[in-house]
Design a protein. Structure first.
Length: 327
C-alpha cells in the first residue's frame, strides 16, 4: 500500500464524514490510529457530530462539495457523501442525483490517480420495492426510474455501475456495501426517518405518525455494528469487491417499532395513521450470508437495546427526559 505521507499512518478520506454514519466512521478510524480527512458540505451533516474531533491532530475537516473535483493525497477513500433520508434527498432531487453520480465520478477519479482502494456506501434502496425477501446481492431490484425516490435509488444504482466500470476498465480496487436501515446516536432529529421521528414524537408526547397501516417492514441495524462491517469490508482481499449487504436481518413492522418506542419512553403519544408515501417499499430485510462468509460479520445488538441507547441520545439532544426515566 502506498503511503501519502512520511509517517507510517494511513491517511483516510471520509466523504460525508460530518453525517450520522460518517462521523461514527471517523471516530473508529481515528481510534485505529489512522489520520482522517473528513470532507463534507454540511448539507445534512453538522459540525456538532465531529466537534469532539476538531482538536485531534490526526483529524482534518474540509468543507467541500463532492460534485466538485477534489485534489488531495490519501491512502483509502470511504465515499458516504449523500443525503440519506427521504425528506432530505427529495428536497433537491437533482442535486441528490448529482451528488451520487458526479460525486462518485470525482471520488473514483481521485482514487484512480492515487491508485487507492475506494469504498462506496450504497444502499438497500437499489432493490427498490423488492419482490423477493430477504434480499440477496444477486437480486437486481424493482426500482421505479421516474418516481420521487428515484433520485436516490437510481443515483446510487448509477454510482454502483461507475464503481464496477472503474474496476473493470481501470483495475481500480473497489468495495461496495449495500447498507440497510441503520439507526443510533447522531441521527438527525429532523430527518423524517422512522426511528428519529418516532423517538422525537414520543419524547414530546406528540402523535406517532404511522404511514399507511404500519404493516410494512424494515430491518434496523445499530450504527456501531454497521461501521464495523464497513471497516471489515475495506480490509478484505483486493478481489472481493462486493456488493455486500450490511444490515440486521431482524425484521420488524413499523407499527411494532412505534409500540416499542412508546413503551420504552413511557410516552402518552397515540399512534395515528398518515398517508403512505409513494413507492414506499413494503418489505425490507437483508440476506447477509455473503457478509457472514467474507467479513465474518453478523449484528448482535437487539433492536430494543439499540433503541434504548438512541432514546438516551435524543433525550440529551432535545433536553427531554422520558417519563419512565423520571419516575
Ligand atoms: P447523513 O445525511 O447523516 O450523512 C450524509 C453526509 O453527506 C452529510 O454529512 C452531508 O452533509 C454530506 N453530503 C451530502 N451531500 C454532499 C455533497 N454533495 N458533498 C459533500 N458532502 C455531502 O446520512 P447517513 O445516514 O450518515 O448516510 C451516509 C451514507 O450511507 C449515505 O451515502 C447514504 O446513502 C448511505 N446509507 C445510509 C443508510 C442509513 O440507514 N443511515 C442506509 C443506506 C445507505
Ligand atoms: N478527479 C478529482 N481528483 C483527482 C483526479 C480526478 O476530483 O485527483 C476528478 C476529475 O474531475 C475527473 C473525474 O475525477 O473529471 C474522473 O477522473 P478520471 O481520471 O477517471 O477521468 P477523466 O474525466 O479525467 O478522463
Ligand atoms: N415511516 C412512518 N412514519 C414516519 C416516518 C417513516 O411510518 O414518521 C415509515 C416509512 O413510510 C417507511 C418506514 O417507516 O415505510 C421507514 O422509513 P424511513 O424514512 O426511515 O426509511 P426508508 O423508507 O428509506 O427505509
Amino acid at each position: 500500500m502506498l503511503k501519502r505521507n512520511y509517517n507510517s499512518r494511513k491517511r483516510i478520506l471520509v466523504t460525508g464524514g460530518a453525517g450520522f454514519l460518517g462521523s461514527h466512521l471517523c471516530d473508529r478510524l481515528l481510534e485505529s490510529g489512522a489520520e482522517v480527512l473528513c470532507v463534507d458540505n454540511l448539507f445534512t451533516g453538522t459540525k456538532r457530530n465531529i466537534e469532539h474531533l476538531l482538536g485531534n491532530p490526526r483529524f482534518e475537516f474540509l468543507r467541500h462539495d463532492v460534485t466538485i473535483p477534489l485534489y488531495v493525497e490519501v491512502d483509502e477513500i470511504y465515499n458516504l457523501a449523500c443525503p440519506a433520508s427521504p425528506i432530505h434527498y427529495q428536497h433537491d432531487p437533482v442535486q441528490t442525483t448529482k451528488t451520487s453520480v458526479h460525486g462518485a465520478i470525482n471520488m473514483l477519479g481521485l482514487a484512480r490517480r492515487l491508485k487507492c482502494p475506494i469504498l462506496q456506501a450504497s444502499t438497500s434502496e437499489v432493490y427498490g420495492d423488492a419482490l423477493v425477501s430477504p434480499q440477496a446481492e444477486g437480486y437486481w431490484g424493482n426500482v421505479n426510474p421516474i418516481g420521487v425516490r428515484s433520485c436516490y435509488d437510481e443515483g446510487k444504482r448509477c454510482a454502483e455501475t461507475l464503481f464496477f466500470d472503474y474496476n473493470r476498465q481501470h483495475g481500480l480496487p473497489i468495495k461496495v456495501v449495500r447498507i440497510f436501515n441503520t439507526y443510533g446516536p447522531r441521527m438527525h432529529p429532523q430527518d423524517g426517518r422512522v426511528v428519529s421521528n418516532f423517538i422525537r414524537q414520543a419524547l414530546y408526547d406528540e402523535d406517532i405518525t404511522i404511514y399507511g397501516d404500519g404493516s410494512q417492514t424494515r430491518s434496523f441495524c445499530y450504527v456501531d455494528e454497521l461501521i464495523d462491517g464497513m471497516i471489515r469490508m475495506m480490509g478484505t482481499e483486493e478481489n472481493f469487491t462486493g456488493p455486500v449487504n450490511l444490515g440486521n436481518p431482524q425484521e420488524c413492522t413499523v407499527k411494532q417499532l412505534a409500540e416499542m418506542i412508546v413503551a420504552q419512553t413511557g410516552s402518552r403519544s397515540q399512534l395515528v395513521s398518515r398517508e403512505l408515501p409513494s413507492d414506499d417499499p413494503v418489505q425490507r430485510r437483508p440476506d447477509i450470508a455473503l457478509a457472514r462468509a467474507h467479513l465474518d460479520w453478523e449484528p448482535s445488538v437487539e433492536l430494543s437495546q439499540g433503541i434504548a441507547r438512541t432514546i438516551a441520545y435524543f433525550e440529551d439532544l432535545l433536553g427531554k427526559k422520558s417519563r419512565q426515566m423520571q419516575s
